[in-house]
Design a protein around this ligand. Structure first.
Ligand code: 5GP
Length: 183
């Protein structure tokens, strides 16, 4: 993939505050762009098609896999999530620093394909804190939350596979650290 921009993989357990940090990064530097992924999960209230995700059906997702349109993809909590290659290429061609906010399995696929991609893992001060944040967000039923907590615990064990680990005990400090890393 020929390009001018930089690829940055951005992971961290669900509930760690990646969304809030991401917003700050986008506000801080106009060169930073967030890759919009495709997913088969249901749209949450307040989310928009084409902004938060491209919400597609399982059949559409499987078709994209067969057509080799996905740069990486995974199944997470019963749904498909994946990065659309053409979308990322377009952003890179425009000289953007493209953030892929993806989970650990997808991150490993990207690192394999693009060894030069930089990777950042965001952690919370503790697993209890993640659980508290997920329950506070109140966007999923109890079973989905329990599942996300179990996945989060597993994801934390992959933190050392990333180039940088940033603890989100303060959102502004975490965002500033990531901006420094990117620069
Ligand atoms: P959520 O349902 O909370 O929006 O996302 C669940 C998880 O899927 C998060 O850890 C998020 O980073 C990850 N995710 C979102 N988009 C992608 C993607 O395109 N590929 C992969 N591998 N993971 C993704």
């Amino acid at each position: 993939m020929e390009n001018k921009g930089k690829l940055v993989v951005f992971s961290g357990p669900s509930g760690v505050g990646k969304g809030t940090i991401m917003k700050k990064l986008l506000q801080a530097d106009e060169k930073i762009a967030l890759s919009v992924s495709a997913t088969t999960r249901k749209r949450r209230e307040g989310e928009e098609h084409g902004v938060h995700y491209f919400y597609i059906t399982k059949e559409e997702f499987e078709q994209k896999i067969r057509n080799n349109e996905m740069l990486e993809y995974t199944s997470y909590n019963g749904n498909f999530y994946g990065t659309i290659q053409s979308h990322v290429e377009e952003l890179l061609d425009n000289g953007k620093t493209v953030m892929l906010e993806i989970e650990v399995d997808g991150a490993a696929q990207i690192k394999k394909k693009f060894p030069d991609a930089m990777s950042v893992f965001v952690t919370a001060p503790s697993v209890e804190e993640i659980e508290r944040r997920l329950r506070f967000r109140n966007t999923e039923d109890d079973e989905a939350i329990k599942n996300r907590i179990a996945i989060a615990k597993n994801e934390m064990t992959h933190a050392n596979e990333y180039d940088y680990i940033v603890c989100n005990d303060d959102v502004d400090a975490a965002a500033n650290k990531i901006l420094e890393i990117i620069k």
